[in-house]
Design a protein around this ligand. Sequence first.
Ligand code: URA
Length: 246
Amino acid sequence: MRLDKYLCETGFGTRSQVKALLKKGLVSVNGEPEKRPERKVDEHSDIISCGGKAAVYSEFIYLMLYKPAGVLTARSDRREWTVFDLILAELRRDLSPVGRLDKDTEGLLLLTDDGPLAHHLLSPRHHVEKVYFAQVRGELREADILSFQEGLDIGDERKTLPAKLEIQKSGAESEALVTLHEGRYHQVKRMFQAVGCEVLYLKRLSMGSLALDESLAPGEWRRLREEEIALLKKEEGSRDESGDTN
Ligand code: URA
């Protein structure tokens, strides 16, 4: 789509008003100043701003961040880097991370200002599936698959909900995929601890239908594609229709 059309559609005025803004040098595409109204932009991947304000195409913003290890899932911190330090300043304002990853955990982190969707994904009632890859110190055995399936005592009031453990490598150090339907504090680490293993590396691969884009490098992010948003919304809608009131 042409840049001037894009700016009109995202609320920056009429074609002629938008042309004036472009002429004044107030518009940037992916951080670079742009004055040409006919410049073609991709409304799903290009980051466009006008007068320092993000020109956002949809009602809500949805970003997928490949959270690197070593940064906090927090808005700001005096001493440490946070996930917001990695996001383009114009887009930061109303976004919230959907759930937390520990400082040393990496992988998929969704950030959005779509409150109802975030609520759906995080609500314990909805049991949205999250998949993690873990490297652990200690041997994983067939019996552990059953323990994960039956629910583990990790020191909370209730045992964990049934979880799936898929062992990929077993030895002094082991590797596995874990699928959870809840999100308690340090849950994956505490589940492995409960079967005598220590997590050395943890990466979230997916949340509901949304999978980490492996073409992103740690620390990189992108806007969600329309079909990714549609799938998440569809999941949200189907829960609502099933009579779940939360
Ligand atoms: N479980 C953990 O132990 N840590 C995370 O960051 C996410 C899930």
